[in-house]
Design a protein. Sequence first.
Length: 228
Amino acid sequence: RIQILFEVMSLYCAVVARKTTVLAKYEQCKGNFSQVLNEVLQKIDRDGKLTYAVDAYLFHYIASDMITYLCITSEDFPRSTAFAFLQDIMTRFVKVYGITAKTALPYAMDSEFSKVLQNQMRYYIENPGAGTMSKVQSDIDDLKQIMVKNIDSLSQRGERLELLVDRADNLSNQSTNFQRQSRELRRAMFWKNIKMYLVIGVVGFVIFWIILSISCGGVHIPKCRGKN
């Protein structure tokens, strides 16, 4: 049985793999993802789209041309968004790496593409409706035709398949992201106010100088100087 340690609707992990060889991966929070992913990847033996249900977690994947694009979500995370995310990732991966992925070593693309996974995961988590609004959705089959299978709770070695997700670590990551976004917003507002004050100051000075020039007989204010 999968032990549930996280109740927030989320997208936990994403991976790009060639059969069981992981090429790139990003984890939104800590957990025994590698162990469970290996078991799931072994079950994928043909191209297609499928969702595996493991207790309160869903393993969505798109397999195409020997490469599997897979993500792990909570059971209440929109499936349309999950598959829109996978389609997005597949398009980006194929565009950058093409056929080189078929012979690449384990984690050969991880240093570069894990950042793409991170950025896109953040986008689809913050925009759970992206799956219904995105143009990518038009390229995805009707979700009713993408099967959902309950995966056997026992691994091929006869051991209990258990996914452990560290809730505290994920909440910490979300808190850190919120604090970072708050700092960026405050910094942006600060500079916006500074620019506004500068513009007001310059405009005010120009108006003052125009009035002074008119009153004193020109730009060089000869009348006012003569009085002094």
